[in-house]
Write a protein that binds this ligand. Structure first.
Ligand code: GLY
Length: 363
């Protein structure tokens, strides 16, 4: 088992994170559940196996559970109301603990409910998708979608703990694993060249659970360093958006047109596009760009779009990115493999070149 703590300047208490195998059964010995006045669990409908394992391990007095369809579609005001109502019905108070078991959409929703209930009650995440394990459960971002805009309402509240059990990934479909792996590759690209080399050396599906513990833990360390430096994304936390500017535009277009494309696939293609901009604006060499693209492909992630996506429409979607300042798109670009800069402007012609280069069958 590996563990670390995350300490942000704003809060006195640090968050504790554990990563390993069979950790769900160990929750009562890792987390002092008896110190809380009550414990309430909110679980993803798809995480029933992890949830049963948790309930078998928890003392009987902790047997309150709300099961939700934790998908992105339910991460809204209505879902939030259901979680708050559950908290009230369970009589939670300021010394209660809320436990989430599921993916990132669930931890965003329930995290926001916990951050706002009685101005904030303690939270423990048990992420059951790779994406939630290496990204959503770490760093305290919570939120819900509003009026069709992703995460428009939100708060930052660090969880008391995060228990990452790699065994929870056993039943995940490969495309679901792929989403998390894109973030893992991103962590290497923005901060740790040997880690990118390692994680892009073979298909993401070829890692054993023991190896995944080490990989996931390294990603958690990288994310910790970013969050500790900048909890509220005023500066270096923006580097976590590498690949996500083009990635979100591509994901948005796919969603609107019913084209199956996971978040991870979109981010992988976005990282190729943004590495290309890094090369063409003179920040990295052509050789480095080719190494990034080849590594992403070797890991089993796509390096181009599955069908042609109109460049003009992608351009419009980029203009609507939540991270823009006014109408200016702000980019994260590589300075080399393992280092990057943020808040950069890119000439229009280069953006069009990148959006053209990621089209299907582009050489
Ligand atoms: N998912 C990016 C972040 O936590 O900042």
């Amino acid at each position: 088992m590996r563990s670390l703590s995350i300490q942000v300047p704003r809060t006195e208490r640090s968050s504790r994170l554990w990563a390993g195998r069979g950790l769900i059964e160990q929750v009562p010995s890792l987390v002092p559940v008896g110190d809380y006045s009550s414990v309430a669990v909110v679980a993803d409908a798809g995480a029933h196996e992890a949830c049963s394992r948790l309930f078998a391990a928890l003392p009987q007095t902790c047997s309150r559970c709300l099961v939700l369809d934790g998908g992105e579609r339910n991460k809204d005001i209505n879902g939030l109301g259901r979680v708050w109502q559950f908290f009230v019905e369970q009589g939670l108070d300021r010394r209660s603990l809320v436990v989430t078991v599921g993916g990132g959409a669930l931890s965003d929703l329930v995290g926001f409910a916990a951050a706002t209930f009685m101005r904030g009650i303690a939270l423990l995440h048990i992420p059951t998708t790779l994406l939630a394990q290496v990204d959503a459960s770490i760093g305290g971002k919570t939120g819900v979608n509003f009026m069709g805009i992703k995460n428009l309402l939100g708060a930052v509240m660090q969880p008391a703990g995060v228990v990452i059990d790699i065994d929870a990934l056993a039943s995940l479909p490969p495309r679901e694993l792929c989403s998390g792996f894109a973030e893992i590759l991103k962590h290497g690209l923005i901060q740790d060249a040997p880690y990118f080399e390692l994680t892009s050396s073979r298909p993401f599906s070829a890692w054993s659970p023991e190896e995944l513990v080490e990989v996931v833990f390294r990603s958690c360390e990288i994310k910790r360093s970013v969050v500790e430096a900048d909890e509220t994304e005023q500066g270096p936390r923006k580097t976590l958006n590498f690949g996500h500017t083009i990635g979100h535009a591509v994901e948005g277009y796919a969603l609107e047109h019913g084209i199956p494309l996971t978040h991870g696939e979109a981010v992988a293609i976005g990282m190729v596009g943004e590495a290309l901009i890094s090369w063409r604006s003179g920040r990295i060499s052509e050789g480095e760009f080719l190494a990034v693209r080849a590594g992403i492909g070797r890991a089993g992630l796509p390096v181009s779009l599955p069908t042609p996506f109109p460049v003009a429409e992608l351009r419009q979607l980029l203009a609507r990115d939540k991270k823009n300042i006014g109408s200016q798109v702000r980019w994260v670009l590589l300075d080399r493999i393992g280092a990057c800069s943020f808040d950069l402007s890119v000439p229009e012609a280069l953006v069009v070149e990148a959006l053209t280069a990621i089209q299907a069958n582009c050489p």
